[in-house]
Design a protein around this ligand. Sequence first.
Ligand SMILES: Nc1ncnc2c1ncn2[C@@H]1O[C@H](COP(=O)(O)OP(=O)(O)OP(=O)(O)O)[C@@H](O)[C@H]1O
Ligand SMILES: [Mg+2]
Length: 547
Amino acid sequence: MSIPAGAYAQAVARTTVHVCSQCGLQSAQWHGQCPECGEWNTLIEERLGSARAARAKRPRASAESAGGGRGARADGPLPTPVALADVGAAPVARLSTGIGELDRVLGGGLVPGALVLLGGSPGIGKSTLTNMVLAHLQRDGARTLYVSGEESAEQVRLRAERLALGDALGAPAPAGAAGAIPIDTARRHAAAPAPALQVPVLAETDLDVVLDVLAASAPQVCVIDSVQTLRAADMSGAPGSVGQVREVAARVMELAKERAIAVILVGHVTKEGALAGPRVLEHLVDCVLQFEGERERPYRELRALKNRFGSTNEAGLFEMRQGGLVEVLDASARFVAEATRAPGSVVLAAMEGSRPLLVEVQALVAPSELEQPRRVVSGLDRNRLALVLAILGRHGGVRTAGADVFVNVVGGVRLEEPGCDLAVALAVASASRGMPIAAAPRACFGELGLTGELRWVGHPERRLQEAAKHGLAEVIAPPGSGPGAREAATLREALAAALPAGPSGGSRTRRAVPEPTGTALANVEDRRARAGERVLRPAPDPAARDA
Ligand SMILES: Nc1ncnc2c1ncn2[C@@H]1O[C@H](COP(=O)(O)OP(=O)(O)OP(=O)(O)O)[C@@H](O)[C@H]1O
Ligand SMILES: [Mg+2]
């Protein structure tokens, strides 16, 4: 008996696939370089057959459970497409997480059957946040389940005790922390165990066991911490590999949709900021949340990168305390109170989604000892800073070519809107001249155009209102911003308004930097020296001298 030539190859192709660990591309063939994302050595062979078979074995939902569509194929006739108008869309009853900031970012709460991927760097507070969510839901009578693949049940209990203690003590706010309230102030004297300790926990890494427990206990909300630690026994690859992570998420999703369980999948983030391994999950899940902040600082920001049930503009602000995370409800008041108003400090009237937020932008400009001066930025896009510095040099007379420039958005807030350009420019100019912004308190906002003009940005009235609410009477803003704004058409006008008495930024920058010394500067040094910038030559290499 002979086997047709193509049949063997086809059989092999059906059971194995090569998956790119960077972008998730599936290819029957192995490639040294991924044809999709161009990364080298990222294709890993994964077995497909057994996982498919295992999935096929799983019981499917009845046709009615998903409006006659999902799941009907397994045991019934082919479904007929229905006009959208005839689709019965019952209003979604969202589950409130009890944490206002999270509910807002989710678009109003958790949707039953939805998969939420919560990403964040190690130790940022993902487990704390998800523990608190379940504690709140448990308190409100919802059935919950916490699946921990990373920590033992004892470790989870220790955290829950800390959270429960935070509740009991009401987590007193530090002095001057206006606007922060403990998320859960209830049950201070409750006789029963605190809600955080009533959440059922399962410390397990075997996907099949987790799915069986999920099916049996039928929680309304389940947290899986983390998706990278679960392992599908019938799949090759280590836990956390692309194939495993995708399989875990796909099978969890299948069950979640069938049983209308809202699932929060916790995922780790790499140093580069991408979700480790499960980038493929971003397409699969309904909502991707990013929890970010600086570990050394208490502020944490929660953003939606993708949301099928709400806007991706919203952001929530939290503060990490001993007793857990607390919402920062009036961040503007806090940031304005903390603003130093020293040279290099500017208050920006920003928009965080649909919410106005006053934040302090700080800059430091110092003579550089490097051939390529440093541009260090935190809370902003680095390219945006480069653009603002170029405009500042060309149209504002503030040259920073020979200086290190550091810009920081205080409080670990990340700004992703063009309205922050003017604040960055004024902060750098103020730092460069060593002069504080005039007539403090004062705020600003506006986008800078390449020809030095100040451009209109969205929601000027809300920004101005927020500034007025916090006593920042005068706000430098682009033309057309409306009553209450001190309008400036160009960067030059804005600089004149904010730093009126100072000499031109460029000349002051040059004067502040010592004149070069030494005799034989290299050509490039010579050019920079002519521009009045200090250039340090490298110290003579002792080894070279000895030789
Ligand atoms: N006893 C404590 N007092 C105050 N803060 C604490 C205490 N224990 C932990 N924390 C805070 O909680 C953070 C860890 O929170 P959590 O375990 O929720 O983070 P995670 O994002 O889940 O981390 P991982 O990636 O390791 O799972 C710590 O970085 C610290 O800021
Ligand atoms: Mg954790």
